[in-house]
Design a protein around this ligand. Sequence first.
Ligand code: HEM
Ligand code: HEM
Length: 231
Amino acid sequence: MGEKILPEINKVQRHGLSVLFVHWTMALSTMVLIFSGFGQMPMYRRYGLTALPGLGWSADYSVTLIIHYIAAMLFLLAVFYHIVYHLIRKDFDILPRRGDMKESLAIMKSIIFGGKEPPCDKYLAEQRLAYAFIAFLVFAISVTGVIKVMKNLPSFNFSGNLLIWVNDVHTLASMLLVFGILAHLAAFVFRVNRPLIAGMFTGKVDLDYCKHRHCKWYDRLLLKESCKDRE
Ligand code: HEM
Ligand code: HEM
């Protein structure tokens, strides 16, 4: 479903089903991959997690490996779908732009100390930067993950050195992703960002929120509608 203003219900259609599907498939599979991935490092028994009711299996390598593989398939499906979908639609709204660092600082300053935010497009400058950071890690994790799967198959032979690199990048990128996700969730501690949460479930955000905070995007939507009216 395309983005558009829905004046009759005071909302703006921000995301279609595809975006919601990709976000929540990524979110769910990433949580499972983090849990099952770190479960393969012998830490859950050491830190007593296995003693918790119902979690005895969490240190069993053969179980966490299968869970990791199933979640990895979902994860890669979402990544692939996301890339193809946005390329076909030529929709690159979330990619970083020149000046995003400066604009992000201005937005943070106004959130923390009050004052006016710079006019924003569909995504805030920090969202575009956060996207680039997460996408880079997802790319590194996916490439190294696929090599790790191939290494487990009898028909592939990789050098020991390459495998050390692949393992280290997979683990390091996973740790950075955990920090990235914590920062992503911490953004919603600030009340001003919370209207976006409903949008990630229903696809719609409040019209007033959109008008005031994402005024560049709102103007584009208005222009699109007025051109459509004249067709
Ligand atoms: C958010 C995504 C992911 C996270 C956080 C994650 C995390 C981890 C961690 C912490 C480990 C254990 C340490 C290590 O061996 O490096 C691991 C192992 C592994 N991961 Fe991932 N991973 C993710 C995605 C993937 C994907 C997409 C694939 C496959 C395409 C994959 C395949 C593997 C394999 C094959 C292993 C090693 C299993 C073995 O011991 O042979 N991972 N992962
Ligand atoms: C309970 C968990 C989560 C919640 C409540 C949540 C919520 C949200 C919301 C409200 C947005 C803003 C969308 C918009 O601008 O309309 C968003 C965007 C995004 N989410 Fe999540 N998310 C969660 C987990 C995750 C996870 C685990 C990942 C990573 C794999 C992720 C990756 C992203 C990315 C890349 C964006 C776009 C950039 C950004 O806005 O920072 N999210 N999420």
